[in-house]
Design a protein around this ligand. Sequence first.
Ligand SMILES: [Zn+2]
Length: 72
Amino acid sequence: MSSPDPVSIRIGGKCPTCGRPTEARFRPFCSTRCQQLDLGRWLNESYRVPGPVLEDDEAEAFSQNGPARDSD
Ligand SMILES: [Zn+2]
């Protein structure tokens, strides 16, 4: 018998995050953890790509306080 794991045949993929065989219920990932890792990375990238690059402190102020506005 030379047939590999039937599960990996049916799914035919590897987890894009860690490269382990894909798990059916987490397709195309191997686990919830890898799913969320990839999602987080994807969100991070799509957040960074558009628009001008913000300085670190500027970006931090933005995410904490929203757009700068004068109070009073
Ligand atoms: Zn994985």
